[in-house]
Write a protein that binds this ligand. Structure first.
Ligand code: FAD
Length: 393
């Protein structure tokens, strides 16, 4: 058996997810991509096999098996279908506000339903005029007795229209900059809440991406997450822990594309031999495998750090590094896989063109690659490496 960082128990669970992915998800992947329909059957499959539970602790109905294994599960599913992998990543993204800042009562009310997959969540930070610059958001929330009244809109929200619970960020103090933002839990049947439209996309076609509107939307004051003014901090802490979910999706795409290209190269013949025997193709395969393994190293390190209880600046940097590396590797590897298949790589009969379209989003959402670099550099600038200069000069 190949060397592995996972324990025996983790390996067993990975095997279960891998088998489900290969036998039940893979045969649906092309159809999901072509139909652009949200894959409720895959949600049902994950519910039945308690796959959503891998993202939650035992206290709230999950398996309590930790972050590393959750990332491995997203990777395994994304090897065959990035839209289905995203179902898991967003279950985490949309639940993290509760996990990190929820009161006991809020956790008890919602986390078990999210752990079973009965409810799907969403995370609503982005607006038409504020993506990378999230503090520029314009949605407002005003306290009115026992309620908050929300007005504004959110754009590009994954799981729009299928989620039961939205973590929504809004300004409680419009002049307060970062400190004027608060976080709220909004149920999908809240009065004044609506999904205005869904966006057609380049990839991850089965996932819904939509616009949310809040028109005097009233929610109980008890649905404030944390304290007023803590929203920006909560949003960033969530992203520290959710970005690796995107990295895992990207890693799965990279490995899936590599595996497919390898098998194809063994059977496609040119100039009297399988293309896998041409050294230029071998070089591509070797680089794809090596880059993917390097990306995996950064991602699994993040999972191990989380499971060891590490938090703060060190985790922020590790998270951004994993997202940056895995996203870039996925895009590059998927493009190389298309090249290895030649003309066949470009047509829809083969999955690598889907991998290539799906890979692109991993360089954009949950913070673009440029934003990841800003985060990594910011953390580097805080670190002291003065000893390196000791012998210089
Ligand atoms: C399919 C999809 C799903 C999404 N899901 C969600 C979701 O569930 N929840 C949610 O809240 N959002 C979601 N988003 C939004 C996504 O996170 C944003 O699109 C992303 O953060 C970029 O924001 P923007 O599109 O406004 O681009 P902009 O912020 O306008 O950036 C445009 C370009 O400028 C670069 N740039 C911006 N600022 C800087 C800077 N300071 N230095 C250098 N370069 C910079 C960016 O990297 C990018 O290349 C989703 C988007 C898509 C497409």
């Amino acid at each position: 058996m190949a060397w592995d960082v996972l324990t025996d128990e983790q390996r067993e669970i990975r095997e279960l997810v891998r088998t489900l992915a290969r036998e039940r998800v893979a045969p649906r992947a092309a159809e999901i991509d072509e139909s652009h329909e949200f894959p409720w059957d895959i949600v049902e499959l994950f519910r039945e096999h308690e796959i959503f539970g891998l993202l939650f602790d035992e206290e709230h109905g999950g398996s309590g098996t930790g972050t590393l294994l959750a990332l491995v599960a997203i990777e395994e599913v994304s090897k065959v279908c990035a839209t289905s992998g995203l179902l898991l990543a967003v279950q985490e993204l949309g639940s993290l506000g509760l996990k990190l800042a929820g009161s006991q009562a809020q956790k008890e009310a919602y986390l078990p339903r999210l752990a079973s997959g009965e409810w799907l969540p969403a995370y609503a930070l982005t607006e038409a005029g504020s993506g990378s610059d999230s503090a520029a958001m314009r949605t407002t929330a005003v306290r009115d007795g026992d309620e908050y009244v929300l007005n504004g809109s959110k754009r590009f929200i994954t799981n729009a229209g299928v989620a039961n619970l939205y973590t929504v960020f809004a300004k409680t103090d419009p002049d307060g900059g970062h400190a004027g933002i608060s976080a709220f839990l909004v149920e999908s049947d809240a009065p004044g809440f609506a999904v205005a439209r869904l966006e057609p996309k380049m990839g991850i076609s089965g996932s819904t991406t939509g616009e949310l509107t809040f028109d005097d939307c009233r929610i109980p004051a008890a649905n404030l997450l944390g304290e007023e003014g803590e929203g920006f901090k909560i949003a960033m802490r969530i992203l520290d822990r959710s970005r690796p979910g995107v990295a895992a999706q990207a890693l799965g795409i990279a490995q899936g594309a590599t595996d497919y290209a390898l098998e194809y190269a063994k059977t496609r013949e040119t100039m009297g031999k399988p293309i896998a025997q041409h050294q230029l193709i071998q070089a591509k395969l070797a680089d794809m495998e090596t880059e993917t393994e390097a990306a995996r190293g950064l991602l699994y390190r993040f999972g191990q750090m989380c499971d060891a209880g590490i938090d703060g600046a060190e985790l922020t940097k590790a998270s951004a590094q994993a997202k940056l590396k895995c996203g870039d590797v996925a895009m590059w590897v998927a493009t190389e896989a298309v090249q290895i298949l030649g003309g066949y790589g470009y047509i829809k009969e083969y999955p690598v063109e889907r991998f290539m379209r799906d890979a692109k989003i991993t360089q954009i959402y949950e913070g673009t690659q440029e934003v990841q670099r800003l985060v990594i550099a910011r953390e580097m600038l805080r670190e002291s490496r003065a000893f390196l200069l000791a012998g210089v000069g």
